[in-house]
Design a protein around this ligand. Structure first.
Ligand SMILES: Nc1nc2c(ncn2[C@@H]2O[C@H](COP(=O)(O)OP(=O)(O)OP(=O)(O)O)[C@@H](O)[C@H]2O)c(=O)[nH]1
Ligand SMILES: [Mg+2]
Length: 459
C-alpha cells in the first residue's frame, strides 16, 4: 500500500461526467503535478477545486473538478483525490493516462475497496456488500446489500463472536484453575448461550435461499403444449414483443428469457418450446431444453388452451409435479379465456389454477393482476424474510456460517458429555474462527485476493 493507485471509477460510454480516482501516499502530489489551478499541496481535506488537467507535455486535456480527501478521512483511509472530468470515450482515459504518467500505478480490480478494508474503513462483509450493491438488479436486492453495507449484518456477527469469546475465556479460566476444582463457567448459562448462538446461526443460514433469490431473481418457466399461448404470455408479462407469436404450433424453439420486477423482486421469465412428440429434429431439441428448464424452475406457469383442454398425459405430468418433492412450484393457467368465458379451469388436486387471456393481458394490465399476485405469493416467504433482514447473500458466508454452526453443535454435545474444558474451547475457538472469516477479522492474503479480484477496476 505504499504506492499510489489510479483508475476510472465510472462506467464507459457517453455521459456528462466521469470520475477518475486516485489513492495512496502520493495521490495529492500526482494530481497536483498535472493540474493547472489551485496548489493542491496546500489544499485542505474535503475541498473541491476547478481547473484544467494537463498531459505530461503540459497540454490541456479537460476542465475538471478535483476533490481532495486527506488521510485518514477518506474512503480508503489514504490520501484520495477524485478528478471529475467530462464523460465519453476520451477525456477519462486521457486523465487516467496523465495520472499514470505522473507516477500513479493502474489499480487492480477491487484495490480501492481492499485498501479501505485493510485500513479498517469497513469489514470484509461490508466490502462484499459494495460489490453486491453495484450488481443489484432489483429493489429488494439493493435494500439487502445496503443493510450489509451499513453494517447491520456485521454487528450481528460481532455480537455473536463476543458472546462466544466470553464463553471461551470463562472455560479457559476454569482450565487454568483446574487444580482448585472451581467452575467459573456456569454450565446452564453456557448451554443457554450455545442455544441462542445456534438459533441465530440457523436463522442466518435459512435466509440464504432468500438471498439467492434476491440476487439471482426468481426463475419462472412458461411451459405447455404448442399454441397454448406461452409466447403471448411472456410478451404480456414483460410488456414488449420479446418472443415471436404465431398460430403455427411449434413456433418457439430456443428458450427466450426476459425480466421484470414485481413488488421489488426480480423475476426471470423463460418462454419454452411447446411440449409434444415431434419428428422435427430442431423442434425436438427445443422440447428437450424445455423439459430440462422446467425441472430447474422455481415456478412453472403451465399454460393450456381452455378450448382444447388438458390431455391425459398433461394431467399425469401435473399430478406428478405436485406430488413429488421437487422444488418447482406449479401454477396451472387456463388460457384464451376470451374464447371460453364460461369454461372453468381444470381442478387438479393441490394445484393452484387461474384462468386468463394472455391476448387481452397484452393491452390490459389489470388482466394480469391475479397472475402477478399469485407470483408474488409464491415468493411471499422470501419477501417477508427479506423484511426481517439481514439476509445472507453470499456463498462464502454460507460456508463459514455452516461450519460455525457445526462447531457450536459439537461444543454442545461436548458439554452434554461432560468432556474436559480444553476440548470444549477447541470447538468454541473453531466457531469463532469461522465467524471471524466472514468479517475478515481472521483471514489470509489468498482469500482477500480471491474476493477482491472479482470486483471491477476502480472500485
Ligand atoms: N383468443 C386468444 N388467442 C390467443 C391467446 N393467447 C395466445 N393466442 C393465440 O394463440 C396462438 C399461439 O400463440 P403463441 O403465444 O405463439 O403460443 P405458444 O404457446 O408460444 O406456441 P409455441 O411457441 O408454438 O409452443 C397465436 O395465434 C396467438 O395469437 C388468448 O388469450 N386468446
Ligand atoms: Mg411460443
Amino acid at each position: 500500500m505504499d504506492d499510489t493507485i489510479a483508475a476510472i471509477a465510472t462506467a464507459r460510454g457517453r455521459a456528462a461526467l466521469a470520475v477518475v480516482r486516485t489513492s495512496g501516499p502520493g495521490a495529492v502530489s500526482v494530481v497536483d503535478d498535472c493540474f493547472r489551478g489551485a496548489d493542491l499541496l496546500e489544499a485542505e481535506s474535503h475541498t473541491a477545486h476547478v481547473g484544467f488537467l494537463v498531459d505530461d507535455e503540459g497540454n490541456d486535456i479537460d476542465q475538471v473538478v478535483v476533490t481532495v480527501f486527506r488521510a485518514p478521512n477518506s474512503a480508503t483511509g489514504e490520501h484520495v483525490v477524485e478528478v471529475s472530468c467530462h464523460g465519453g470515450d476520451l477525456a477519462p482515459k486521457m486523465v487516467l493516462q496523465s495520472l499514470l504518467d505522473h507516477g500513479a500505478r493502474m489499480a487492480e480490480p477491487g484495490e480501492f475497496t481492499e485498501r479501505a478494508f485493510l485500513n479498517g474503513k469497513m469489514d470484509l462483509a461490508q466490502a462484499e456488500a459494495v460489490a453486491d450493491l453495484i450488481h443489484a438488479t432489483s429493489t429488494k436486492a439493493h435494500e439487502a446489500s445496503l443493510t450489509h453495507l451499513k453494517g447491520r449484518y456485521s454487528e450481528l456477527l460481532e455480537a455473536l463472536r463476543e458472546e462466544l469469546l466470553n464463553l471461551c475465556s470463562l472455560v479457559e479460566l476454569e482450565i487454568d484453575f483446574s487444580d482448585e476444582d472451581v467452575e467459573f463457567a456456569d454450565r446452564e448459562r453456557l448451554e443457554a448461550l450455545l442455544d441462542e448462538t445456534e438459533e441465530i446461526l440457523q436463522g442466518l443460514l435459512d435466509s440464504y435461499p432468500t438471498g439467492e433469490k434476491l440476487k439471482d431473481g426468481v426463475r419462472v418457466v412458461i411451459g405447455g403444449r404448442p399454441n397454448a399461448g406461452k409466447s403471448t404470455l411472456l410478451n404480456a408479462l414483460v410488456g414488449h414483443d420479446r418472443a415471436i407469436v404465431s398460430e403455427t404450433p411449434g413456433t418457439t424453439r430456443d428458450e427466450i428469457e426476459a425480466e421484470a420486477e414485481i413488488k421489488g423482486m426480480r423475476f426471470r421469465f423463460v418462454d419454452t418450446a411447446g411440449l409434444r412428440d415431434t419428428a422435427d429434429e430442431i423442434e425436438a431439441e427445443g422440447v428437450r431444453r424445455a423439459t430440462e428448464s422446467i425441472e430447474e424452475a422455481d415456478v412453472l406457469l403451465y399454460l393450456y388452451d381452455l378450448t382444447v383442454g388438458l390431455d391425459s398425459e398433461e394431467i399425469e405430468f401435473l399430478n406428478d409435479l405436485s406430488d413429488d418433492a421437487s422444488d418447482v412450484q406449479p401454477v396451472l393457467l387456463g388460457n384464451k379465456a376470451d374464447e371460453a368465458p364460461d369454461l372453468p379451469v381444470a381442478d387438479l388436486d393441490g394445484l393452484s389454477a387461474l384462468k386468463l387471456s394472455a391476448l387481452r393481458a397484452r393491452d390490459d394490465a389489470d388482466a394480469l393482476q391475479p397472475l402477478l399476485d399469485r407470483l408474488t405469493n409464491t415468493v411471499a416467504e422470501h419477501l417477508s424474510r427479506a423484511e426481517a433482514s439481514p439476509v445472507v447473500m453470499n456463498q462464502r458466508h454460507r460456508q463459514h456460517l455452516g461450519d460455525a454452526l457445526d462447531a457450536v453443535q459439537q461444543a454442545r454435545t461436548a458439554l452434554h458429555q461432560g468432556v474436559s474444558g480444553d476440548m470444549l474451547t477447541l470447538d468454541l475457538r473453531a466457531a469463532l474462527q469461522e465467524l471471524g472469516a466472514i468479517t475478515g477479522e481472521i483471514t489470509n492474503e489468498d482469500v482477500l485476493d480471491q474476493i477482491f479480484s472479482r470486483f471491477c477496476i476502480g472500485k
